[in-house]
Design a protein around this ligand. Structure first.
Ligand code: HEM
Ligand code: SF4
Length: 554
């Protein structure tokens, strides 16, 4: 894990002191809200529907137990006892008092965390595969590269006033768990003939014009990464549409100029700046890599684990659903669901955060991860400890066996918090999860991703949900549109609109009809929703959703 050096420490402390002065001036009235706004956004502080909201970065989703304990402390001391984990590996506090925010930032600085560049037209928190450094299928741990990009982008003088926000994601495996194709730049570490390089994608994004990223470079040499990314961001910084906020993201620049022209301009800029990179970045990367060395894995037998699985069906179900293959023998990656049926997706209470921190300390080599799917991961757990972990999680309400299933829903805050929302997201997610829990069908349905956003900005990633739900406002009434066939993985796709939207009362029954209907359509129990959709196309799913229209047309 990356450790702050003296420079980092001083830099973060100075920013806290600076912001403390700005907050004091806002409180005593010497700064108006308009004057204060750009200053607070530089420190991740938004003004929401009911209160300020602080967005704290969890770089590439990695935390240690001390940091998680601090997030709990903030939730308890300055908020209402919980925090909200988001799809970009941040945590948001929805109820801080303005006067407390400098103290919150100071507490965060104590554990090497901050909220810089979690807002504004800058390079945002660099995200990565939440199983980084642990997954059995990984070519390389993506976090050192993500950390290099974080250091390079933080306070980068050229990139503080970009045309719009800019999001980078990195993965080190062929299986994409970082949604790299829906980011402004997505980076995948590859190996060809024993040589490491990067595939660089550009121009993906969700929001009002969803797009899948295009390949800008199919195999970039390792040493060229930083100058190449810098060249790409510079080209967009110059070309990006500052006249229209809705056309400012790099996806539109790529669309308007074409990927070939963008590639030509990037190559041109790259040739100019490459010589100014004298290899220091590569030395820094090597130093960072050493800090991400894998922990020492123990070897112990796993007989107890296998016996417990046989003896305890609830434990077996949890291990079947919430574990992922680890690279080390006898180890597993544990996904802790913070999506208990009926709870707010992504919310964890201070007590739950402390339980997870304790587990990491005791059984997990002191590492935790936040997933873009709004869950928490213990990346390195020996199987002999899994029963103990499971029992502790159960008591804390954290042992729901639903990772990847119908109730593992991504939902944005919607009208419950967000000033931009046109509809509620959280209650819809809660009702869907509760309904399928009542039906006891969740495990029979199998892998299915439902994602919900409360407006077209798509924070809930609905475009890349197998089933996406978009909440809109139709003449003052909430209306929910369904998209089908989205995919957030290496085979990413933007879902298609199914047809007219549903009212708040009708949306949950519509989803139930759709999912139960899929179970009749599938070839066999192993064919997932997205596979069935790809095999049959949208028509039979639309017939299920709109039975009356079908009858009328007949
Ligand atoms: C409550 C405060 C929030 C506000 C004001 C907010 C605002 C926005 C806006 C304006 C956009 C559209 C950007 C664009 O089209 O250029 C956006 C996109 C996005 N937001 Fe949020 N958001 C909030 C919360 C969240 C949460 C809770 C999440 C995660 C669950 C999230 C993750 C995202 C993501 C992933 C996108 C898609 C961006 C893209 O593809 O470019 N945001 N947000
Ligand atoms: S999708 Fe819309 S409603 Fe939901 S958090 Fe984003 S901006 Fe707010």
């Amino acid at each position: 894990m990356y450790k702050y050096n003296d420079f980092d420490e001083k830099f973060v402390r100075e920013r806290v002191a600076q912001f403390r002065g700005q907050v004091e001036r806002r409180i005593d009235g010497s700064l108006t809200e308009d004057e204060f706004k750009p200053l607070r956004l530089m420190n991740g502080l938004y003004l929401q529907l009911h209160a300020y909201m602080l967005r704290v970065a969890v770089p590439y989703g990695t935390l240690n137990s001390k940091q998680m304990d601090m997030l709990a402390h903030l939730a308890e001391t300055y908020d209402k006892g919980y925090g909200h984990f988001t799809t970009r590996q941040n945590i948001q506090y929805n109820w801080p008092e303005l006067r407390d925010v400098p103290d919150m930032l100071s507490d965060l600085a104590d554990v090497e965390m901050h909220a810089i560049q979690t807002s504004g037209n800058t390079i945002r928190n660099v995200t990565a595969d939440h199983f980084a450094g642990a997954a059995a299928d990984e070519v390389a741990d993506p976090r050192p590269v993500a950390e290099l990009l974080r250091q390079w982008s933080t306070d980068h003088p050229e990139f503080q006033f970009l045309p719009r926000k800019f999001k980078l994601a990195v993965t080190g495996a062929a299986a994409d768990r970082a949604v790299i194709k829906a980011h402004d730049i997505g980076i995948r570490i590859l190996e060809r003939d024993g040589v490491r390089g990067y595939e660089v994608l550009v121009g993906g994004g969700l929001g009002r014009t969803p797009m899948i990223g295009k390949v800008l470079h199919d195999f970039l040499p390792e040493a060229d990464l930083l100058p190449f990314i810098e060249a790409t961001v510079s080209v967009w910084n110059r070309l990006g549409r500052r006249d229209n906020k809705y056309k400012a993201r790099i996806k539109i620049t790529v669309h308007e100029h074409g990927i070939d022209e963008i590639r030509r301009l990037v190559d041109e800029r790259f040739a100019e700046i490459r010589p100014t990179f004298n290899g220091v970045d590569q030395d820094i990367l090597r130093t960072i890599e050493a800090q991400f060395a894998a922990p020492e894995f123990k070897s112990a037998n796993t007989d107890g684990f296998e016996a417990a699985r046989l003896a305890n069906p609830a434990f077996r179900s949890w291990t079947d659903t919430n574990l992922t293959a680890h690279r080390a023998d006898g180890y597993a990656i544990v996904s802790i669901s913070i999506k208990k049926h009926g709870d707010t997706p992504g919310d964890a209470t201070a007590d739950q955060m402390r339980v997870m921190a304790d587990l990491a300390r005791k059984y997990g080599h002191d590492e935790l991860r936040i997933s873009h799917e709004q869950n928490v991961i213990l990346p390195h757990v020996h199987k002999s400890n899994l029963m103990d972990i499971y029992q502790i999680l159960r008591v804390a309400g954290l042992a729901t066996a639903n990772i990847g299933l119908v109730s593992d829903i991504i939902a944005c805050p919607g009208m419950d918090y967000c000033a931009l929302a046109t509809a509620r997201s959280i209650p819809i997610a809660q009702q869907i999860a509760t309904r399928f829990d009542e039906l006891k069908l969740e495990h029979d349905i199998g892998e299915l991703k439902i994602k919900i956003s409360g407006c077209i900005n798509a924070c809930g990633h609905h475009h890349v949900g197998h089933i996406g739900i978009l909440g809109l406002d139709r003449a003052g009434v909430e209306n929910y549109q369904i998209t089908l066939g989205g995919d957030h993985t290496e085979t990413a796709a933007v879902g298609e609109r199914a047809g007219p939207g549903f009212s708040a009362d009708d949306i949950v029954p519509a989803i139930e009809r759709l999912v139960v209907g899929y179970m009749d359509l599938r070839d066999n129990d192993d064919e997932t929703f997205i596979q069935t959709y790809r095999r049959l196309g949208a028509a039979p799913f639309k017939d299920i959703l709109y039975p009356k229209e079908k009858a009328d047309a007949a």
